[in-house]
Design a protein around this ligand. Structure first.
Ligand SMILES: Cc1cc2nc3c(=O)[nH]c(=O)nc-3n(C[C@H](O)[C@H](O)[C@H](O)COP(=O)(O)OP(=O)(O)OC[C@H]3O[C@@H](n4cnc5c(N)ncnc54)[C@H](O)[C@@H]3O)c2cc1C
Length: 286
């Protein structure tokens, strides 16, 4: 076998489609389900070809069906370790060890969670981790934004152009009302609702408050999913895999695609683009 693709999100499935069509011998290893983060998305409105939008699960199913039509071998195993030995990579997944010349790491990233009650229950039903993806669903509605830092400020600027925004800030942070949004200081405790989010409970200095809202945007950062990588794969300061223009990592033979890659736009369209680029490079080397 020439290649292991780790992850079956948009980057991994795109790589699989290109690899199958190039007659490369490979397997896709996935620890959960096909589609990656696509299956968390209620509606995707920025992927070309779907002017009316498409639900994340439906796009995931289409990607998966496209790959299985090309006889792609999906094996549902968690990759635990990669070791380089005498010029080949040993990829440890489940009970198996795969010996390959090339590895595409398309294992994505996961948003860090607050870990409060209601967060998981209303994820995709009012709780979101992505302003650019989901902000438009809250046009002329009220949202609570949780988080600190440059990226959060950019997200607030984006959201406030069409929504009424309340910024829930950490107690003790220096007031910075440059956005013209209302600010509440406190610690989020619980998200409530029925079919979708209705309110968030916050512990403030003056006691517990329940803020009515249609949405809660949580920006607690993303964590790359990379714990199986050899230690000589160079990462950036946030833990994302550094690559060259051909998406090759610092270890020859290991490529990184999609959200796991340092500098990625972290969108579906960029993830599928990465999968195609990496396979094209590998194809030339086989
Ligand atoms: C709420 C939300 C809404 C979004 N909305 C949009 C949108 O509207 N438009 C848009 O373009 N983008 C959107 N995005 C971003 C988009 O989902 C990602 O950019 C895209 O999914 C990245 O694809 P990926 O293949 O790189 O990673 P992922 O989709 O994260 O897939 C990675 C896969 O790797 C698997 N994996 C991880 N570790 C291992 C391991 N050790 N062994 C085996 N498998 C492993 C995971 O299970 C997963 O299936 C949204 C994201 C979120 C969170």
């Amino acid at each position: 076998m020439d290649l292991v693709i780790i992850g079956s999100g948009p980057a991994g499935i795109s790589a699989a489609i290109y690899a199958a069509r190039a007659n490369i011998s490979f397997v896709v290893l996935e620890r959960m389900y096909p589609g990656g983060k696509l299956v968390w998305i209620e509606k995707i409105e920025n992927y070309p070809g779907f002017p009316g939008g498409i639900s994340g699960p439906e796009l995931a199913e289409r990607f998966y069906n496209h790959a299985t039509k090309l006889n792609v071998n999906f094996t549902f195993q968690n990759v635990r370790k990669i070791k380089k030995q005498e010029g080949i990579f040993k990829v440890y997944a489940g009970e198996n060890i795969y010996d390959v010349r090339f590895v595409i790491v398309a294992s994505g990233s996961v948003p860090s969670k607050l870990g409060i009650k209601g967060e998981d229950e209303f994820s995709g039903r009012g709780v979101s981790y992505c302003a650019i993806c989901d902000g438009a669903f809250f046009k002329n509605r009220k949202v609570v934004v949780i988080g600190e830092g440059k990226h959060v400020e950019a997200d607030i600027n984006y959201l406030k152009s069409f929504s009424s925004v309340v910024w829930l800030r950490k107690p003790g942070v220096v007031e910075k009302d440059i956005f013209g949004v209302s600010i509440i200081k406190g610690i989020p405790v619980e998200i409530n609702g029925e079919n979708s989010v209705r309110s968030i409970v916050v512990k403030t200095e003056s006691g517990i408050k329940e803020i009515e809202t249609d949405g809660v945007f949580i920006f607690a950062g993303f964590k790359p999913s990379f714990d199986f990588l050899p230690s000589d794969v160079a990462l950036d300061s946030s833990g994302y895999v550094k690559t060259d223009a051909h998406l090759k990592s610092s270890v020859d033979g290991i490529y990184a695609c999609g959200d796991i890659r340092s500098g990625s736009l972290k969108q579906i369209v960029s993830a599928v683009n990465d999968g195609a680029i990496a396979v094209n490079e590998i194809r030339k080397r086989i």
